[in-house]
Design a protein. Structure first.
Length: 261
């Protein structure tokens, strides 16, 4: 369908309809359930590498690993650490938290225990395939914009059968910068071939995704799958023109009057 003929999306306020030519998705915990896989895999790896640790801590080691209290992933996103250095730092932090005398476990040893469990647990959210198909069927270009690494992203897409589904895949290391840096959104739109003002970004991390997107001049939807959201926060992000959604089922083109908010 030509852009001029495309029916509008309403992504923010009830009186505002906008034409969307492309949609940029976050990947982790937007299209695929990365959190659940990390929780299971982290606990499995910790049990192998630190079997003598406190059993109660071992049970939640995956939660700790994903939560990244040291902020190493943020440092990687800002370009302060390489992906390898970030991963090593998170592994060391986990080992120290579990009381290991030496938390500096080789990444290869951690990955040998972690990766098979992670891959086995990784699943696409049930609402993602239909959403992507509906967009494609209506001629809307689709891209991924993730703060993860290129190799890791490719593996996730391959294991969830999402490889080749999108027109563009942009990662932190291929771009040289990550969300919420406006350059990441602008370069992703450039590769997608869409104007930022007519591109919708959908993601689950408030600061990196919707706030970063609107700051870069895109439309944005904040995906809060569990629906647990303080009403004052909801009101504030809505005031900024960000739609708050709890499922990708509402992301459909060609339905005049549809509201994401």
């Amino acid at each position: 369908m030509p852009p001029s003929d495309r029916l509008p999306y309403a992504v923010a306020h009830p009186a505002e309809d906008v034409l969307i030519d492309g949609v940029l998705f976050d990947l982790d915990d937007t299209l695929i359930d990365t959190a659940a896989a990390m929780h299971l895999a982290g606990a499995a790896a910790a049990a192998v590498l630190w079997p003598d640790a406190d059993p109660q801590r071992l049970a939640i080691a995956g939660v700790r690993f994903r939560s990244d209290p040291g902020g190493f992933f943020g440092a990687y996103t800002r370009g302060e650490l390489t992906f390898a250095a970030m991963r090593a730092a998170r592994i060391a932090d986990l080992g120290a938290w579990l009381g290991a005398a030496d938390g500096q476990v080789a990444r290869a040893a951690f990955d040998a225990a972690y990766e098979p469990a992670f891959v086995a647990a990784l699943q696409t959210f049930k609402d993602a395939p239909a959403c992507l198909t509906a967009l494609q069927d209506n001629g809307i270009r689709i891209g991924l914009l993730t703060n993860s690494g290129a190799d890791y992203t490719a593996a996730k897409l391959r294991h969830t059968s999402l490889a080749g589904v999108t027109d563009v895949v942009c990662t932190r290391d291929t771009l040289g910068f990550g969300k919420p840096d406006a350059r990441a959104f602008h370069e992703a739109c450039r590769q997608l071939g869409t104007d930022p003002a007519r591109t919708l970004h959908i993601g689950d991390e408030l600061h990196a995704d919707p706030l970063g997107a609107v700051g870069a001049g895109l439309r944005a939807a904040w995906l809060v799958r569990d629906g647990a959201l303080d009403e004052s926060v909801r009101a504030e992000v809505t005031r900024r023109g960000i739609a708050v959604i709890d499922t990708l089922e509402v992301v459909r083109p060609g339905r005049l009057g549809m509201r994401l908010s």
